[in-house]
Design a protein around this ligand. Structure first.
Ligand code: FE2
Length: 120
């Protein structure tokens, strides 16, 4: 949904959805989980999915930095971060507008729509 609104590379955001938390070892503070997810993505590239070098670099950056409170940067990376933050309902946290990076994500309709999906 967000890529339609931000114009971000959909493939990068889809891959981020699969990998950014794929190497978590718990649902709390887990330093380095994004970097581990990025490393997994690099290992699985070619055999399990295709992506350009630029897409992998964006994916890597988004995975590594998604827990750092990033709010400035490339649109695909910011879209990944917003998608992750808008999904915080999965752990009982309501996303706050001030932590969202893109204008599209800050729209109340986006927040409501995604937050509702996080609770499904
Ligand atoms: Fe994470």
């Amino acid at each position: 949904m967000l890529t339609d609104l931000t114009g971000a590379n959909r493939h990068v955001v889809e891959l981020f959805a699969f990998f950014h938390d794929s190497r978590r070892i718990n649902e709390h503070v887990d330093d380095g989980h994004g970097a581990r997810g990025a490393a997994l993505a690099r290992r699985l590239k070619v055999r399990y999915f295709d992506a350009t070098d630029e897409e992998v670099d964006l994916l890597d950056f988004a995975c590594v930095r998604h827990s750092d409170g990033l709010t400035k940067g490339d649109v695909p990376v910011l879209t990944c971060c917003d998608a992750d933050r808008l999904d915080l309902g999965r752990v009982g946290i309501t996303p706050r507008v001030k932590y969202l990076c893109t204008e599209a994500s800050r729209r109340q309709t986006s927040m409501d729509q995604v937050h509702r999906r996080a609770h499904v």
